[in-house]
Design a protein around this ligand. Structure first.
Ligand code: HEM
Length: 251
């Protein structure tokens, strides 16, 4: 059933009129489940932010050279021993990431479908072009990131594909061979730009879901947090590919 937006009759000019839409009718079952889905998206998104921050920092070991980088890669596999078996920590991490990915993507698809169903007739005049643009960017950017992650795992973990045809059993050399290839570096830089945009808006959006944007000051803080984290993560990740292509990080 679709309800047209309603505006309270007689709302004074200086008050914000009460607007109810089919997607957010107060205390309805679908509103509660929409909020639950948004919380799931926010929490799984926070798991990813923790991971990408740590992963980005780890990648910077490439600046310390071949042995330092490969020792770090090996440490990842030994982490937690002897309490955990070899690669045990990595497997726990993989399971947590996979569950977060499934939750994040499924919640996004359900919310996307729900928003589309709620608005069967398009607005004649779109007043808020910014939010329309942001939601398009989140959807298509998210899809691009999903494709990127599939390629990325084939490149470095599951498939270990060396696009230069060289060896694949040495993590540092595989990294350098990959980013010494201009088109692959370009693909990665494009993906990092998408990641930055996704994080910028996603962090703001998750803080809103978690009730951290209730006043002007907290809204400004949420915007700054989104911007700063996006620049640190996307910028930090981009450094290694750029410096390999520039010939600073070499085999
Ligand atoms: C320029 C950006 C990036 C570079 C250079 C990079 C590099 C690498 C490398 C070299 C590995 C293999 C590590 C090893 O086997 O020791 C790896 C693994 C991985 N990366 Fe990235 N990465 C980047 C961005 C990302 C992003 C944005 C994500 C996720 C959103 C991501 C997710 C992963 C995952 C899940 C693994 C597999 C870990 C495992 O299970 O072994 N990476 N990355």
């Amino acid at each position: 059933m679709s309800h047209p937006p309603t505006v309270r009759a007689g709302a004074r000019r200086d008050t914000v009129p009460f607007v109810a839409t089919a997607t957010l009718v107060k205390n309805s079952r679908s509103t509660r489940s929409t909020i639950a889905l948004k919380i799931l998206m926010a929490v799984s998104g926070i798991v990813f932010i923790g991971f990408v921050l740590a992963h980005m920092y780890g990648n910077l070991k490439a600046f310390a050279g071949h042995d330092a980088y490969n020792t770090y890669a090996e440490h990842l596999r030994e982490f937690g021993e002897p309490m955990l078996p070899h690669t045990g920590f990595l497997w726990v991490l993989r399971v947590v990431l996979l569950v977060s990915l499934v939750v994040h993507v499924s919640a996004a698809v359900v919310l996307w479908r729900r928003a589309r169903r709620a608005r069967t007739v398009k607005y004649v005049v779109k007043k808020n072009n910014h939010s329309t643009w942001a939601s398009h960017l989140m959807r298509w950017g998210g899809l691009t990131l999903l494709l990127f992650i599939i390629w990325h795992l084939l490149n470095f973990t599951i498939g270990k594909i060396n696009v230069q045809g060289g060896s694949t059993n040495d993590p540092y050399n595989l990294l350098v061979d990959s980013f010494d290839t201009w088109w692959l570096t370009l693909i990665y830089l494009f993906a990092m730009a998408m990641l930055g945009a996704h994080l910028h808006h996603g962090i703001w959006s998750s803080m809103q879901t978690l009730g951290l944007t209730n006043n002007e000051r907290s809204r400004a803080r949420a915007k700054t947090t989104g911007f700063v984290l996006a620049v640190i993560i996307a910028g930090g990740f981009s450094l290694v590919p750029i410096f390999v292509l520039a010939g600073v990080i070499t085999k």
